[in-house]
Write a protein of this length. Structure first.
Length: 346
């Protein structure tokens, strides 16, 4: 089925596979900053506020740059900022649509607290507020589903962090330089590549008809979360994720009761750059749970650096989940129920 181009086109009329196949180009996004001048006040902490895919870029940055960030960096996925936010906080409001009500509310709070502020959006209320109030902002390319614009968002976030002196501009270039490598790596996951040679299609076939559970380590937790998001919105499947070592302190024991034949597909998303004890935990967990849950499928992230691995794993997530959508007989692009929910909430 996945090797029949006509079937792929039938269930993917909006061209999600074409968008995913071109994601490697997103790393070259120039992320032009409008109103980038600022007063050089000292920044003592960073808060990124956003939901879903818009928050994901911040989680990826936090995982990537954790060894280098020397001030607190928090991601807020709700309506309210922490009480500590003040004039020495950099608050970055991120919403692909620019209309996410939680993020808009946080931006208003950031203004009332006289924080240093920046915005990432493709339009909407956030860009309007940024233009009217001379707030530093990056306008993202439009007409994408937010979950498929995460790398655009990542580039914009790094550009803003560099603009405010939090990281060096070299970090922005480090992302852009991955384009050729990502193109080569992801080419074999495309629709023209047959299943026998296509890792993304093979993973989709392992998971179809089951509830997927994704586990990451300390470095790869944001990628596990990305797989969960893509599964929910592309494949229209319930999916779950968790992080090792936290998993071993609670969820680990949850697998040991109820019928052995559980309708789950387990995926361990592993980086060879993780702490050795994290890698050992993956192996021991799967061994001790043998017969208690389905054996895990290990996804070893390719790349020599953490940013390479995070980008590689994020693109693969979209390929696999789109193929699962097609196997489920659903269009991977629209999220009609979310749009209906937003209308009723408003």
């Amino acid at each position: 089925m996945l090797d029949d181009i006509n079937v792929l086109r039938q269930y993917d009329p909006s061209g999600a596979l074409s968008i995913v196949s071109d994601q490697y180009n997103q790393v070259k996004f120039e992320a032009k900053i409008v109103n980038g001048n600022h007063d050089n006040r000292p920044i003592t902490n960073i808060v990124v506020t956003g939901m879903g895919g818009s928050a994901l870029a911040a989680l990826l940055v936090k995982s990537w740059l954790k060894p280098e960030l020397n001030i607190p960096f928090e991601v807020i996925r709700s309506y309210d900022l922490p009480a500590y936010v003040g004039q020495n906080t950099l608050v970055i409001a991120s919403s692909y649509s620019g209309n996410t009500e939680e993020t808009v509310n946080c931006l208003k709070q950031a203004e009332s607290k006289y924080a240093q502020i920046a915005v990432i959006a493709s339009g909407g209320h956030l860009v309007g507020m940024a233009e009217n109030n001379q707030i530093a902002h990056v306008v993202l390319p439009g007409n994408f589903q937010p979950r498929m614009a995460v790398i655009y968002n990542l580039c914009a976030l790094v550009a803003l962090l560099a603009n405010f002196g939090i990281v060096s501009h070299d970090k922005f270039d480090e992302i852009a330089n991955k384009s050729d490598w990502l193109q080569k790596e992801s080419a074999v996951w495309g629709p023209e590549s047959n299943t026998e040679n296509n890792y993304a299609k093979q993973l989709a076939l392992k998971a179809v008809g089951k509830t997927a559970v994704f586990y990451g380590g300390t470095l790869t937790a944001p990628v596990a979360y990305k797989w969960k998001i893509s599964w929910n919105e592309n494949a229209k499947n319930v999916a779950f994720w968790n992080e090792i070592p936290e998993f071993n302190h609670n969820e680990f024991i949850g697998w040991t009761s109820h019928p052995v034949e559980k309708p789950f597909a387990i995926f361990d998303i592993v980086s060879n750059l993780e702490h050795p004890q994290i890698l050992k935990r993956f192996e021991i967990s799967d061994r001790l749970l043998s017969g208690q849950r389905p054996k895990s499928t290990v996804i070893n992230l390719a790349g020599n650096t953490i940013i390479e691995q995070l980008l590689w794993g994020s693109i693969l997530a979209d390929f696999v989940s789109v193929y699962v959508a097609i196997l489920n007989g659903v269009n991977p692009t629209p999220v009609d129920l979310i749009e209906k929910f937003k209308i009723e909430l408003a």
